[in-house]
Design a binder for this molecule. Structure first.
Ligand SMILES: *Cc1c(COP(=O)(O)O)cnc(C)c1O
Length: 366
């Protein structure tokens, strides 16, 4: 899919108009993303971390309020909680989906719990029906961290389907270049169906401004550049095709690794349309470092997302991080390895990767 000519032309137009901030492409993208996700409001912002921070600021939480989140995630999810002087309450994940375990979420709720932040890790949905039931039962808002699963969807038991990020009170995403919908730098967005929350989110992202130079609340400066919106306007109509290409790669990997006892291929729940931001294997007994090294020697960049869970990061030492008991998370961080997955992979590359993993396992089987 060659998008360069289109991007070049649209960028040249921005340069000619010098409409670098809040140019027409930003509004155009905002509207297009609203339609794509089926949400009432999209608030574009500077990156996915800001999106999460602004979302939490809009909930009017008080220092010490508790926010439930997985530890098995990119650090940003937990970092913004601490940054706002809230308490991250780390909850274990489901061993199959790698996403928040609803049973553990409910157990972790206290009178101070003021938000639940599920992460749709690697592109697979968290168990949103159960999480939204808990949200309603305890009247606690849900902020979906959808940085890794834009375009994915979830099917409820009544058969209705919703796009990820559009299910909770607020959804957040990132357009970092390596994400499934990536721009050519940093970018992010916040979604909601709630008019009042939308107003607050918009105001906070823009210096807490209600009218020009009238600032009602403490906010931040977080905008999506016009040049980034230009790229996203070209790529959003292609997102579903990009996802299909990723799913085809995942299917080929699944078939290539079928029946190998040292490998568990990624789980796909029937109710989750997986968008494979990552294709992540679990190794059963095989030496992960040695495999990574072996693949590296064969020009296959395999990655570990994430070698250290959030609760064991030095950052959270003073937040009682190590006191959380998260056996599934701890186990997964020693076993997962992600293979290359992107939209331009050809059959030869794929076969080379599958063969390399298999030959390592054959040589090193006990
Ligand atoms: C990438 C990512 C973020 C942060 O997005 P940035 O745009 O890099 O700030 C947050 N959460 C998750 C799960 C991510 O993967």
């Amino acid at each position: 899919m060659k998008i360069k000519p289109q991007v070049d032309a649209a960028m040249a137009e921005v340069l000619d108009n010098a409409a670098f901030i809040n140019g027409a492409p930003v509004q155009q993208f905002t509207k297009a993303l609203q339609d794509y996700l089926g949400v009432k409001h999209v608030i574009p912002c500077a990156n996915g971390t800001d999106a999460l921070q602004i979302a939490m600021m809009a909930l009017d939480l008080k220092p010490g309020d508790e926010v439930i989140t997985p530890s098995f995630t990119f650090i940003a999810t937990a970092e913004v909680i601490a940054m706002l002087h809230l308490k991250p309450v780390f909850v274990d994940v489901d061993p199959q989906t790698f996403c928040l375990d609803p049973v553990q979420v409910e157990k972790a709720i206290t009178p101070k719990t003021k938000a639940i932040v599920p992460v749709h890790l690697y592109g697979h949905s968290a168990e949103m029906e159960a999480i939204m039931e808990i949200s309603r039962k305890y009247n606690i808002p849900v902020i979906e961290d959808n940085a890794q699963a834009i375009g994915g969807h979830y099917t409820f038991s009544d058969g209705t389907t919703q796009k990820l990020g559009a299910i909770g009170q607020i959804g957040c995403t990132s357009f970092f270049p390596s994400k499934n919908l990536g721009c050519y730098g940093d970018g992010g967005a916040i979604f909601t169906n709630d008019d009042e929350l939308a107003g607050k989110l918009r105001m906070i992202a823009n210096h807490g401004q209600s009218a020009r130079y009238y600032h009602d609340v403490v906010g931040v400066n977080s905008r999506l550049d016009t040049l980034q919106a230009v790229v996203l306007n070209v790529k959003l109509p292609l997102l579903d095709e990009y996802i299909k290409a990723r799913r085809a790669v995942a299917d080929a990997y699944d078939a290539g690794f079928a029946g190998i006892p040292q490998i568990t291929t990624p789980y796909r729940a029937d109710n989750s349309y997986h968008v494979y931001h990552q294709y992540t294997l679990q190794l059963n007994g095989a030496d992960r470092n040695a495999l990574q090294q072996y693949l590296q020697e064969r020009q296959v960049p395999a990655m570990i997302y994430y070698p250290v869970p959030a609760h064991r990061q030095k950052m959270f030492e003073n937040f009682g991080g190590a006191e959380f008991n998260l056996p599934v998370t701890d186990n997964l961080t020693t076993k997962v390895i992600s293979l290359p997955i992107h939209t331009e992979m050809d059959a030869d590359q794929l076969q080379h990767i599958i063969d390399s993993v298999k030959s390592f396992l054959n040589q090193n089987s006990k």
